[in-house]
Write a protein that binds this ligand. Structure first.
Ligand code: UD1
Length: 424
């Protein structure tokens, strides 16, 4: 595939409507949940993204039959009459860390699974120890072999108490899915409460699972022998919606985000309101408005849901880069998630990092530059910076964006942005 980049000529306000897709971070565990039944799971409202294609390829390799509906992949029918392989190979897992979500379902259904260890990742070391400890608490034996995690429970998993020492989205999802097929009752304490987990729980319940405490940090699951088929619509992507809200905040203008849900964005909406951005629910989604005045600096600390999401930290930093006054942005979820800082500095931002905090002193304006990013949300933050900046910005390594934003440049161009994808 030829290398592509995105070229932006900044300084234009946005106006119009942007459709919001189903959430990538909900879709990935929902796809893995297809392994928990021998019947058909139908997922609708899927986003069309590289990460979804990676997960689908992994599932096919495990024996999942994947059929499309003729709507370009927004609806998938997934059937797994038999598991063909319990190994998730290195080549597929290294592409996407969320591949580890097949571990719980596979060991729960087959009594064994072999999943390549996800490698180091651009945003910190990101181990999977909580996933493994959870499975151990349910009777699985875990060992490492040639770079693979091998989990086995020949007589099946049994219910147990899984208390997470800190909140992990992926570990909560893995253990929740595994518990659905374990013998007896499993209690998850200090579980993550992200809306994507609630969405997964609703789908599992539609598949016959018995789960109490949905949306809270204590989930109680009574296991079943096998789940059955269901049809489920993926929840709206709050990170995509929040990102476009911040794009409008960066450029000024007025855009309706169609399909966005304000109730999933509480802290983000409050934070943006304090900075000077107006967000109101509409019949179809939400309206984002920012007038010609400069934004005000506000401090932000990332936290597990319902706190400010780490996946919007980089975008928020772009807004603060040209705000009136200073803002302290503290990242508490991931180490090393400030890779966008030196790139923003190349565009004229004044940012000093001390450990987990970045002090952003607002400058009058950013200026366009060639930039490059190392992860999905950092890449999109550079697009936002480019939209706000004077002159031309080129964002390299577009493949990061394609992992998480469907038709990004098309959606922004439809609202008046001068943005295009070019090869080479
Ligand atoms: C998910 C999201 C990601 C988001 C993150 C935090 C998906 C596909 N990805 O990632 O977009 O940024 O939640 O909201 O949904 N950790 C451990 N041991 C473990 C598991 C996690 O130390 O076994 C650490 C991680 O390194 C990180 C923190 O816990 O520092 C939170 O990670 P986690 O919530 O698990 O994130 P993911 O599920 O990987």
């Amino acid at each position: 595939m030829a290398l592509q980049k995105i070229v932006i000529r900044g300084g234009r306000p946005l106006s119009g409507r942007i459709p919001i897709e189903g959430a990538k971070n909900a879709a990935l565990p929902l796809l893995a949940a297809a392994l928990l039944t021998d019947q058909t799971l139908v997922l609708t409202g899927l986003p069309r993204l590289a990460d979804i294609a990676s997960m689908t390829a992994l599932l096919e390799q495990h024996g999942v039959q994947v059929a499309q509906n003729g709507d370009g992949g927004k609806t998938l029918h997934l059937s797994t009459p038999e598991i063909a392989s319990t190994t998730a190979p290195y080549d597929l897992v290294r592409k996407m860390r969320a591949s580890v979500l097949v571990l719980g379902p596979l060991v729960a259904r087959c009594g064994t699974a072999r999943v390549s260890m996800p490698g180091g990742c651009a945003i910190g070391t990101r181990p999977i120890d909580l996933h493994l400890k959870g499975l151990e608490a349910m009777g699985a034996e875990i060992h490492l072999e040639d770079g693979y995690v091998v989990a086995s429970a020949p007589k099946g998993l049994k219910g147990g108490l899984v208390r997470f020492p800190f909140v992990s989205v992926g570990a909560t999802e893995n253990i929740l899915m595994a518990a659905c097929l374990a013998r007896g009752e499993t209690i998850l304490e200090n579980a993550a409460r992200e809306p994507e987990i609630t969405d997964l729980a609703h789908c599992l319940i539609a598949m016959g699972a018995e789960i109490e405490g949905v949306g809270t940090e204590r989930l109680v699951v009574r296991g079943r022998t096998l789940l059955h088929g269901a049809t489920h619509k993926v929840v709206a992507d709050r990170i995509e919606a929040g990102t476009y809200a911040m794009a409008v905040a960066a450029t000024g203008g007025r855009v309706e985000l169609v399909g966005a849900k304000t109730d999933l964005l509480g802290v983000v909406i409050d934070t943006l309101a304090r900075a000077g951005v107006e967000i109101e629910p509409t019949a179809e989604g939400m309206m984002v408005t920012r007038g010609p005045q400069r934004l005000t600096g506000v401090d932000v600390m990332t936290q597990p849901f319902p706190g400010f999401p780490t996946d919007m930290q980089a975008q928020m930093m772009v807004l603060m880069a040209t705000a009136e006054g200073a803002a302290m942005i503290t990242e508490t979820i991931f180490e090393n998630r400030f890779m966008h800082v030196p790139e923003l500095a190349r565009m004229g931002a004044d940012i000093t990092v001390h450990g987990a905090s970045a002090l952003v002193r607002g400058v009058k304006r950013l200026s366009g530059a060639p930039v490059m990013a190392t992860d999905l949300r950092a890449s999109v933050s550079l697009v936002l910076a480019g939209l706000a900046a004077e002159g031309e910005t080129t964002v390299n390594r577009v493949y990061h964006l394609d992992r998480g934003y469907e038709r990004l440049e098309e959606k922004l161009a439809a609202c008046g942005a001068r943005i295009e994808r070019v090869s080479g």
